[in-house]
Every structure is written in structure tokens, then in C-alpha cells.
Design a protein around this ligand. Sequence first.
Ligand SMILES: Cc1cc2nc3c(=O)[nH]c(=O)nc-3n(C[C@H](O)[C@H](O)[C@H](O)COP(=O)(O)O)c2cc1C
Length: 434
Amino acid sequence: MADLSVNICGIESPNPFWLASAPPTNTGAQIVRAFDAGWGGAVWKTLGDPIENVYSRYSSVDMNGQRMMGFSNIELITDRSLEINLIEIAEVKRRYPENVVVVSLMVDSNPDAWDTIIKQVEQAGADAIELNFGCPHGMSERGMGSAVGQVPEYTCDITGWAKESATVPVFVKLTPNITDIRVAARAAKTGGADAVSLINTINSITGVDLDSFTPRPVVGRMSSHGGYSGPAVKPIGLNMVASIAADPFTEGLPISGIGGIATWQDVAEYILLGATTIQVCTAVMHYGYRIVEGMAEGLSNYLDSKGMASVNELRGLSVNKVVDWQDLDVNYIVKAEIDQDKCIHCGLCYIACYDGAHQAIGVEYKDDETKVWIIDDLCVGCNLCSLVCPVQGCIEMVERDHGQTHMSWNDYLSDEKPGELYPRPKHGLTIGPT
Ligand SMILES: Cc1cc2nc3c(=O)[nH]c(=O)nc-3n(C[C@H](O)[C@H](O)[C@H](O)COP(=O)(O)O)c2cc1C
């Protein structure tokens, strides 16, 4: 069995699976159950001056039977007293010395407030602290959370204050509600961050009640924008993690990847794009702590199948497979092929291609069946037909070996082209003047 243990900025974790700071890490009793279930670490629900929450506070987007495909919350940081949280942190660490307890913090933007709370949680036994510069609702209106994470100077300065006070590693949790995540990560690194965690939730309104006209979640007759999480946000998290991992300025800065993780495949993807540990919130709110069992078994089997003895061998292997568009091979050609034996004659590929893409699918209604075929000359290999096809493996994209040399767009523009551009179909030439 492959070794799943990892070391992130000097902290040993039995595995890369951590709980994100959120309701599943609200209390010591919960975290104890999570560690028993197999989670290697937990980031404690953000501590600060305890707040009052509103009723209700969650809403979701369901998609074709998948409940909570996207999840939104307007919850704030902990509503429990700091004193009780500190006692529980100490107790959890006493009972589970091998598991990692990171404590998430959010206080007013002054060095004394940060110094006081950091000393308290260190004394309680926290292995590391995570600065919550990410929550996009409620606390940001009070000048905290994403109000800090959206301004690189604040991120840098407050990270610097935390580093002056802390003796344990400092993680900075970033907000995705910005234009270029690398700017925020650079600011955190400049301030001295030992690691970054991302992503926090994304500004969102999940929907509007069409009878009352009130967006969700409803609080009385009003709502407020929330933070979006769950499966819907994974692509955004993956992209942000990858761009920090590839940025020379933040090279080597450890990353704890967050956003839409529910399965071992999700974990593997984050690790391939540069994460050392991963954190989970919404999937545990949906399915409970035991999902970690599937993650551990699945990741181990996957590593075994790849001949890897440790999860550390997987880290970052996909980072340099993300390049700028102009470095892609414009002579790489794929075309769609339909397996007629698998086709159920629904005609969806035809409609999608005809109205929404490149008119490269032929159609004929015969013998009570819609027959479809690829018009090879017109196919631009865009993938759309294979994406809309409801039958697994019915439409495949097949690479064409046409003898053209690899050529990037930059190569093509250069004086010394390495070869010819493979000819593209000419579309849209059939409509003339009436
Ligand atoms: C209900 C809820 C409460 C959250 N509270 C916090 C919090 O107190 N501190 C924090 O840093 N992040 C908080 N988050 C954000 C999560 O830690 C995490 O970054 C985000 O949900 C994305 O991960 P996921 O897709 O696995 O849920 C919260 C998320 C949810 C859904």
C-alpha cells in the first residue's frame, strides 16, 4: 500500500485529507469523530470575537437529481466562546497528537488583536494557524475576511503581523473573489506566509423564489449574497491552485487545496496540480465524515496502479501541463467518430452541432430512427457532440495522424515556421444574398 503521509511546512500529517474550517469543525467533539473516521487533519471553524448568525443560512443549486451541486451559505465565523474553543483544542490535541489541528483565525485588523489570539491558540496546542482572509459575506462588511484578501497590501501586512507573533506555521486562506489569484498569493508570500489555502467561497446568489421574489436563502423577507462551494466550484479551485503552483514567484510555497472535493479522484487532481494537503467542507456537510474512507482507499489503489510508493510522488505532475494558449500544438487534430452500434438515435449531437457549433453532423430520419454521421471535412474536433451524447463511449474523439509537425501559434507567427498549418474547414459560406 502506498504511503499517504505528507509533510506540509514541517507539519507531519498521516494523510493529505483535512477538513476545511466550517461547520464540520465547529466543535472538539466533531473533530474527534472526524479523526476516528480517518481524517488526517482539521482546520478549526474560524475563531475570533463570537458572532450571532441569522436563521436561515444555507441554500443550494440542484442539477438533474444531483442535490447540492452548488451550495451557498451566509454563515459567519464561530458563535462559540473563545474560552470553550481553546479548552477543546487542547483536549483534541492531547488525545490525538498524531493528527493535525490548524486553527483558523479572523480578528480586527490591528497587530495587538492578532498577537493576543495567536498566543492563545498556540498555548492551546495548535499545530498551525490559518488566517481567514477569504469569507465573502458578513465579516467582510466588518472589514475582515475577503475585505483583507482582496487588497494585496492588507494581506501582506497582516500576514507579517501574524508571522511576528506566531511560532507555528502560518497558512493564509485566500479568497477567489478577485481577478488574479497569483497577486494574492504573492502578497501572502511577501508577508512571510508558510503556506496558502484556497479557495474560500465564491460570491453568489443561488436563485430567487419566483412567488415571493426573494432570493435564497431567505431571512425574513430578504436575502444576502452568499459564499458558493461544493462540486460546482472545483474547476475554479483547480485553476487557482495550478496558477499559484506554476508561478515562479510562489514556487515551492506549500498549498492546501480546497473547493468541491468529494472523491479520491478530486483529491488526486488537486495534488497533481500542486496541492500537498486538501480540505473538504461541503461534501462532509452532505455525506458525513465517512467519505474519507473512500478517499483513502481510492487514492492508495490509484498510487499502487501507477507504481508510486508515496503520495508525494504525485504532487505537481500536472502543473507544467497547463501552458498558455499560444504554446498549444495547433497541428494536433482530433475528429469525432460515432459508434453506430451504441447510438440511440436521439439526435442531440446533431442539434447541438447544427445550432451550437459547426454543422458537422449529417442527419437522416429513416425507418423511425434519426440516423447521424460525422461530416469529416467540417468537423473541427471541438468535443461538443461527445459532451452532449448521453451514451458513454458512443462518440469518441480520435486523433488523426496527418503527418504535420508540432507547431505552436508562436511558431506559426515566426519567420521560420516549422511546417504548414493543417487546413481548417471553411464554415458559413453557404448563405448568399436573397
Ligand atoms: C457553511 C459554511 C461555513 C463556512 N465557514 C468558514 C469559516 O468559518 N472559515 C473559513 O475559512 N471558511 C469557511 N467556509 C469555507 C470552507 O472552509 C471552504 O473553503 C469552502 O466551502 C470550499 O470548500 P468545499 O467546496 O469543500 O465546501 C465555510 C463554508 C461553508 C459551506
